[in-house]
Ligand binder design. Structure first.
Ligand code: FAD
Ligand code: SF4
Length: 492
């Protein structure tokens, strides 16, 4: 490191790590606005200067996009904000979105060396968000304008982060890109899953508008495949959804990307789970997001109810915090492992606790009880942690005689998601034993020539940052494929 950069950086001893100010828990629980304020420019610079500029940056290896974090922190600390943004945008299609919703404690910030030395990680996500929000404000986010227009077109099924990231990369190379989605708005789970208090929908819309202005076509309200899987509540309005077959799409486009995500909810299997008032997490969140977007929806809200949410991941945390904002009487989260083993972001769990959610860790539902069809309580049992299983996670087993009741008139199941039956989309496509689409590990091509897949439908329910990474990688492989196709066509 040069003398100049060592003077700018390594300030982690004299400057404490500081997140942007959070709105007071009581106040923020009254609305669906984002909870963090923006860093002021000088604060972002100051926080960036805490980076120790490691020779081997573990933060970069822990980021699924391998973002060049130390270099953009250095540029930011120097006040060279446009350059810092440009560098961060080279590897990330939506840095301001990742900065908001990546579980940084498990990724970049969790690997930060100064975190390990007890000084508190560099607040990488908050700085990444600030740099890109600032770039939008200053007009530094350039429109997409390909150097050459190319004739061949790509059909992308799914307008979630994987599809959007791939569309951007392919369009930048000049290919004609058309994204199909069964919902009436693009964005996938960024739009209809993740609540506004984590990710304001204007931030998502801004990205979609940029793609549209750059020539990407969106065909919304259109399901690809023979029919919506009737076993899955896709939250799609049947009145606006039309169907196009996969074969029709293949005939229309030179290559296809399947980026359809995973939408089949893992169901609770205890006596009483079919009672009215036991609902699935995603329709609940989708309806809440639709209300926020101004749509007229019929939905059961949590207002005045004793709500029990079952699960410990991001979806469960979004449900408990949505229920708080809908003025539930009480909100309890039942999770069968302990806090340390929760799969969701530790930061979001803390936010939920501050907002008044009660956590019952090491507790699993045993049965749901009702009187005349109205839920009254969830009977749960205490669990004990055992030895780690093959995946390394500690197993759990019930403690005999430890049953207890939690008052409830609404139960939300947030136990995770698995893929829909992808053979309904295409009967030839090879699937893994988990039902996800099998692809080449780096090129993301399926067993069908010209058909690629990326995001949750390949990896299983995962993270936005991984969907972006795979969308970008698949796009690069598709670019090569399309170049070959163009050359073959020219030779004929
Ligand atoms: C409630 C919730 C909260 C989450 N919170 C976070 C978080 O805080 N941080 C984080 O990193 N990750 C979070 N995740 C995970 C993250 O949202 C996903 O990993 C990511 O969105 C996957 O991107 P994708 O593009 O693969 O799929 P999706 O975002 O699911 O998009 C797939 C799109 O395909 C469309 N589609 C599906 N089938 C068809 C078809 N046959 N025809 C046409 N269109 C179709 C769908 O309508 C959808 O728009 C959360 C997930 C949920 C459910
Ligand atoms: S994309 Fe996510 S993991 Fe990577 S640097 Fe940004 S916040 Fe960290």
């Amino acid at each position: 490191m040069s003398k100049q950069s060592s003077e700018t950086m390594l300030k982690f001893i004299e400057i404490d790590g500081e997140m942007p100010a959070k709105r007071d828990a009581k106040i923020r629980a009254e609305d669906f606005g984002e909870i963090y304020a923006d860093y002021i420019k000088t604060k972002a610079q100051e926080q960036s200067s805490r980076c120790s500029q490691c020779g081997v940056p573990f933060c970069q290896s822990a980021c699924p996009l391998q973002n060049n974090i130390p270099d953009w922190l250095y540029l930011s600390a120097e006040g060279r904000l446009e350059e810092a943004y440009q560098l961060s945008a080279q590897t990330n299609s939506m840095p301001e979105i990742c900065g908001r919703i990546c579980p940084q404690d498990r990724l970049c910030e969790g690997a930060c060396v100064i975190e390990k030395s007890g000084h508190g990680a560099v607040t990488i996500g908050a700085i990444e968000k600030t740099l890109t929000d600032n770039a939008w404000k200053n007009g530094w986010v350039a429109p997409i304008s390909p150097a050459n227009e190319r004739a061949l077109s790509v059909g992308i099924i799914g307008a979630g982060p994987a599809g959007l990231a791939a569309a951007e990369a392919l369009r930048e190379q000049g290919w004609q890109v058309c994204i199909y989605d069964r919902h009436d708005r693009a964005g996938g789970l960024l739009m209809y899953g993740i609540p506004n208090f984590k990710l304001d929908k204007k931030i998502v819309k801004r990205r979609i508008d940029r793609l549209e202005k750059g020539g990407v076509k969106f065909v919304l309200g259109t399901n690809i495949g023979p029919n919506v899987d009737t076993n899955v509540d896709t939250n799609v309005d049947p009145n606006i959804s039309t169907d196009i077959s996969f074969a029709d799409l293949q005939a229309k486009h030179a290559a296809i990307l399947v980026a359809t995500g995973v939408y089949k909810s893992r169901a609770l299997q205890v006596p009483g789970c079919g009672a009215q008032g036991v609902i699935e997490a995603l329709p609940y969140l989708t309806h809440s997001n639709r209300l926020g977007l101004g749509d007229k929806v019929q939905m059961e809200t949590a207002k005045g109810k004793d709500v029990v949410v079952i699960g410990g991941g991001d979806t469960a945390m979004d449900c408990v915090r949505t229920a708080i904002r809908q003025h539930a009487k009480s909100v309890t989260c039942l999770y069968r492992r302990d806090q340390a083993n929760m799969p969701g972001s530790a930061r979001e769990t803390k936010n939920a606790m501050d907002e008044g959610v009660k956590f019952n860790w090491l507790a699993a539902p045993q049965s749901i009880h009702d009187t005349n069809g109205e839920i009254t309580k969830v009977r749960a049992v205490k669990m004990r942690l055992g030895l780690p299983d093959r995946s390394g996670r500690q197993t759990v087993s019930p403690i005999q005689g430890s049953e207890f009741d939690v008052k409830a008139d609404m139960v939300i199941q947030a136990l995770g998601f698995t893929p829909e039956d992808m053979h309904r989309l295409n009967s030839e496509i090879k699937l893994s034993k988990h039902g996800t689409i099998k692809t080449h590990p780096t090129r993301f091509e399926t067993n069908i020539a010209g058909v690629y897949a990326a995001g949750d439908i390949v990896r299983g329910a995962s993270l936005v940052v991984w969907a972006i990474r795979e969308g970008r990688d698949a796009a690069m492989a598709m670019h090569k494929y399309l170049l070959e196709q163009s050359m073959c066509a020219a030779e004929e």
